[in-house]
Design a protein around this ligand. Structure first.
Ligand code: ISJ
Length: 400
């Protein structure tokens, strides 16, 4: 990150609120206090708006941060913090033994109901089958469902983030969202395992995930779940489609673009995934991370193929606006470096209300019940950090 950063200690001393945190296992980027907002707009103009921001605002840390929505035509929300800290090994309690947080007391309404989600999956499968043989057939659609939580108390984003960050295999995040109709200012909080893109100098990295299986407490069942994922033809196909799309998007910008480790099994505390780390070198070292994010997003990991058609199907079948879920969260500095993660395993918090989201990729061969279970498994990261199950019941078992 380029210069202009100050220590976070001075911020707490001044009592400035934290507006952004991206917390990985080795490093965290935090923003305190809102200094200025980047002009809001659709993703096509992201790189130009970020460049204009730095040209017009000569003061403050030389970094902007925030969130991109799922829908390419909706306005993003990026801001410059008053103080930015980029610290190594700042995961606080991560890795240490820690009891689960006190369970929140809340009512949970699934939207849609799991049965209706299964019906949407079946409808997507029909559209996929019906388009086979067309010149550019619909081959993948990622459908999500949500859980609406109504609590007796305000959700505490900082505690939730700390609980999520106990899993060293994810990047925990929290970022301010634009003021909505809610009385309280909304935030997006999550535990993403998926890097959309990072740029450091001329090195570009993307680490798409697609193809998922639930993890189990029982070691034999857990190994069997991983082995079934690794050998699943459906999941390999679903994954390859994403890898191909990332190569297609990045290859005009990069030389030496390759996947040095190939496709590997990735794990979080609650999920197995197929992942491919893709690394390239920019042809033009001036290409900023904002431009790379704007061509990549949304990858077929969260949208589908072809992109526009699957986005339309998502709009028709999901029945709600994803907002900033399955968008991206991250930062970009004046030099063009930055990191953007796919904003999955996330929740929109607003006062006593929270909306949790989870999606699954539908391809030929997907099974509605299996995909519904996959979304349940993907809710586990957030629900266990809140200390409850999918029905709002407190979890009895405390994590080791
Ligand atoms: C859409 C989500 O996850 C994405 C979908 C995946 C899949 O379908 O296998 C795997 C990882 C993510 O790219 C989500 O967690 O909500």
């Amino acid at each position: 990150m380029s210069s202009g950063n100050e220590s976070s200690n001075s911020a707490s001393a001044q009592g400035v609120d934290e507006v952004f945190r991206l917390q990985g296992s080795a490093r965290s980027v935090t923003g305190q206090g809102l200094r200025a907002e980047v002009e809001r707009g659709a993703i096509d103009s992201l790189a130009a708006r970020v460049a204009a921001f730095f040209a017009e605002n000569q003061g403050g840390p030389r970094v902007v941060m925030g969130a991109l929505p799922f829908d390419r035509s909706q306005a993003d929300y990026l801001f410059q913090p008053q103080i930015c800290a980029d610290a190594a090994d700042d995961r606080g309690s991560a890795g240490k033994r820690m009891a689960l947080p006190d369970a929140v007391r809340c009512a949970i309404t699934p939207v849609p109901a799991p049965v209706a989600y299964g019906e949407a999956v079946a409808a997507a499968l029909k559209l996929i089958a019906g388009s086979a043989g067309e010149p550019d057939p619909l081959t993948k659609v990622v459908l999500s469902r949500s859980l609406e939580l109504a609590s007796t108390h305000e959700f505490d984003a900082a505690r939730l983030l700390a609980a999520l960050a106990r899993d060293p295999s994810i990047t925990a995040f929290s970022t301010l969202l634009p003021a909505g109709a809610d009385a309280a200012r909304p935030l997006l909080v999550g535990a993403t395992p998926e890097l959309l893109v990072s740029r450091k100098g001329s090195e570009v990295v993307s680490h798409p995930l697609a193809g998922s299986a639930r993890r189990y407490a029982d070691p034999a069942a857990d190994r069997a779940s991983a082995a079934a994922l690794e050998t699943s033809e459906k999941d390999r196909r679903e994954h390859q489609a994403v890898v191909d799309a990332v190569f297609d998007a990045l290859s005009p910008y990069c030389r030496d673009l390759n996947a040095p480790e190939g496709t590997t099994l990735r794990s979080t505390a609650s999920m197995w995934h197929l992942g491919t780390r893709i690394v390239g070198t920019l042809k033009d070292a001036q290409t900023p991370v904002a431009e790379l994010a704007s061509v990549l997003h949304p990858t077929p990991a969260v949208c589908g193929l072809p992109r526009e058609r699957s986005a339309e199907v998502i709009g028709q079948l999901e029945g709600y606006d994803r907002g900033f879920y399955a968008g991206a969260v991250g930062w970009a500095d004046e030099a063009g470096d930055g990191e953007w993660y796919v904003s999955i395993r996330s929740a929109r918090l607003a006062g006593r209300h929270a909306t949790l989201y989870a999606g699954a990729g539908i391809v030929a061969g997907s099974d509605p019940a299996g995909e519904t279970d996959e979304t349940s498994a993907k809710f586990v990261a957030l629900l266990s950090a809140l200390g409850i199950d999918e029905h709002g019941r407190p979890l009895r078992e405390h994590a080791a």
